[in-house]
Design a protein. Structure first.
Length: 161
């Protein structure tokens, strides 16, 4: 991706993008023991299909989803969405970071999250799918990042400026 493309992509992320970390509760197949999996997700939704396909072509990654018109909203347009997960989002965020304005802090949190995920895998020996072997300081950092990103993504008027 060229610097110009990275700047343009950053503008699209600032205006149309979403960057979030979400957690899913799961159970181990054999023991039924519950555990939490956290995922980072960078996405852009737009009614302009060619734009979304161009983003896929330019980045060389991302999964495109087509969301048809909803029957209860016949005047709405169909939506195209491209999604990048943790592995592919990291390098893209690094390239866009100097150009982001509105979502710069979101991207910084995401990059910190990715680095922390690497540390977690080192401690739990694998993909980090359990809380019980993660050192408390890493768990605290992870929770703080998750809380801050949720706060940044909250809808409505900010309580403080």
């Amino acid at each position: 991706m060229t610097k110009t493309e990275a700047a343009y992509f950053a503008g699209i992320i600032d205006g149309e993008g979403s960057l979030r970390i979400f957690e899913m509760k799961q159970k181990r197949p054999v023991t039924g023991q519950p555990y939490t999996v956290a995922h980072l997700r960078l996405s852009v939704g737009n009614t302009d299909g060619p734009l979304v396909h161009w983003l896929r072509e330019m980045t060389g990654s991302g999964a495109i989803q087509f969301i048809p018109i909803r029957k209860d909203h016949p005047n709405w347009k169909s939506l195209y969405q491209i999604v990048w997960s943790t592995g592919s989002a990291g390098p893209l965020l690094k390239q866009m970071l100097p150009y982001l304005r509105l979502k710069k802090r979101h991207a910084e949190i995401a990059l910190d999250w990715i680095e922390l995920s690497r540390e977690m895998r080192h401690h739990v020996g694998g993909r980090g799918r359990t809380d019980r072997t993660i050192p408390p300081e890493i768990r605290e950092k992870r929770d703080a990042l998750l809380t801050e990103l949720k706060s940044l993504n909250r809808r409505g008027i900010p309580l403080s400026s």
